[in-house]
Design a binder for this molecule. Structure first.
Ligand SMILES: NC(=O)c1ccc[n+]([C@@H]2O[C@H](COP(=O)([O-])OP(=O)(O)OC[C@H]3O[C@@H](n4cnc5c(N)ncnc54)[C@H](OP(=O)(O)O)[C@@H]3O)[C@@H](O)[C@H]2O)c1
Length: 390
């Protein structure tokens, strides 16, 4: 009943009911107007209440607005394969009053945040968009009409991600481009190829990362975690800075991590020690290297914002949430185990549709099953002991 009331369908004598001879219609951009067939006139105000109304948000998922030969707007429901002249949003019109901003919390998904946004004039580049958080972000932008470029190092995985998004909406504007952040040449070539498309760039999401990788030098002679997570992105932003500035208002989003807190960049004398960023093998600890690169992400984002915001380009660093089950843990079995244990308690469910092998292997599932059981029994045991001794 509450749902019907919310939708305005519980009261047939509602004051919103139109007098005979009137019809409710919508404009292309969602404003409701009223047509009187007897007097052959139209008006914005409801004939009874005098209120103006507009449709809430975008068309439902799978619907599209088109125009017939006579210039009349009609609606195509691609999922149920039908067309209608009735705007489906009319069931949920709202009064033309100032909306309070929505509140988001740790359970909000990317699709919910973008609900009601039309991004059809936006171009978005996301690094490492073939899996995990990058993939969900790319999908959400694409389903809201943005032209999304998945900047990935692996062609096959990138094409699979593009196909998955197109499966959800065949008209999504998604494409994959090659970008290997472990190579400064590849970053430069990506930027040149992007510029050759003559597209604007409104949103650049620096998302790609590796975590707990064994020590390895890149072709540029730098430690790979540092180059992939930070330096590659730093160089990418420098290469695309002119496009961002021309496309203002534009934004850069740097995906960092809460784990940046568990390190710093200064030596024992309190001086910034740049040698810490790309250490030799003997001084390398993978988790520390990741944390440092995430700290660099934040410092970079802050400075970028300071320098570019006067030109309409903002930059923000974000922590996406703790221990979400993506493929970030894959380089170290201990990480995989921890992520599996944490999985039921984190935001991981939202990343379910990701492609590219982030599903837990059978071994991990078995270990997680027993680890969770042991945790449960030790909590129960603890409870029994405490209550029997008190
Ligand atoms: N998951 C979490 O709990 C968590 C927590 C805090 C922060 N984060 C941050 O969230 C971001 C996304 O991570 P995720 O959890 O979604 O992990 P993910 O599923 O492993 O995604 C990482 C992406 O980066 C790509 N990548 C790795 N090396 C690359 C390279 N050299 N060049 C280009 N792309 C490369 C990977 O591509 P391939 O598939 O080809 O390897 C993959 O698409 C990262 O910045 C991470 O630090 C995640």
């Amino acid at each position: 009943m509450a749902a019907l009331k919310y939708a305005g369908l519980d009261d047939t004598d509602s004051e919103d009911e139109l007098p005979p001879g009137w019809e409710e219609r919508t404009t292309k951009d969602g404003w409701v107007y009223y047509a009187n067939h007897d007097e052959m006139k139209t008006q914005w105000e409801h004939p009874k209440t005098g209120k103006k109304r507009r449709c809430a948000g975008d068309l439902p998922y799978g619907w599209e607005q088109e125009t017939d030969d006579k210039g009349q707007v009609f609606y195509v429901d691609h999922i149920n394969k039908r067309t209608t002249y009735f705007d489906p949003r009319q069931a949920f019109t709202v009064e033309d009053v100032q909306q309070k901003p929505k509140r988001y919390d740790g359970n909000t998904s990317a699709l919910e945040i973008l609900q009601g946004r039309d991004l059809s004039d936006r171009v978005v580049v996301i690094t490492g968009a073939n899996s995990g958080i990058g993939f969900e972000t790319a999908k959400s932008f694409a389903l809201h009409g943005a032209h999304v470029i998945l900047a990935c190092r692996n062609k096959a995985r990138a094409s699979e991600a593009v196909s998955l998004i197109l499966e959800e909406w065949h008209k999504a504007k998604v494409e994959a481009m090659n970008l290997d952040l472990a190579s400064l040449t590849s970053v430069r070539e990506f930027a040149e190829a992007f510029k050759a498309k003559n597209l604007p760039l409104h949103i650049l999401v620096c998302n790609a990362a590796v975590c707990t990788q064994p020590w390895r030098l890149t072709e540029d002679g730098l430690e790979s975690t540092f180059q992939i997570c930070h330096l590659g992105h730093f160089y990418l932003v420098q290469c695309l800075q002119d496009v961002l500035r021309r496309s203002a208002p534009a934004r850069v989003v740097v995906v960092s991590s809460e784990s940046h807190r568990f390190t710093d960049l200064v030596d024992s004398c309190g001086k910034v020690d740049l040698a810490l960023l790309s250490p030799p093998k003997k001084d390398y600890w993978s988790m520390l290297a990741y944390n440092r690169s995430k700290l660099c992400n934040i410092l970079f984002s802050n400075e970028l914002h300071r320098r570019l915001s006067p030109y309409g380009v903002t930059s923000n660093a974000v922590h996406p949430g703790n221990m979400m089950y993506t493929s970030i843990h894959r380089s170290w079995w201990l990480m995989t185990l921890l992520f599996n244990i944490a999985r039921p308690f984190t935001k991981s469910m939202i990343c379910q549709s990701q492609p590219c092998g982030a599903k837990p292997c059978l071994g991990c599932q078995i270990v997680t099953f027993f680890a969770t059981k042991m945790l449960f029994f030790s909590v129960v045991q603890e409870y029994i002991i405490t209550s029997s001794t008190s």
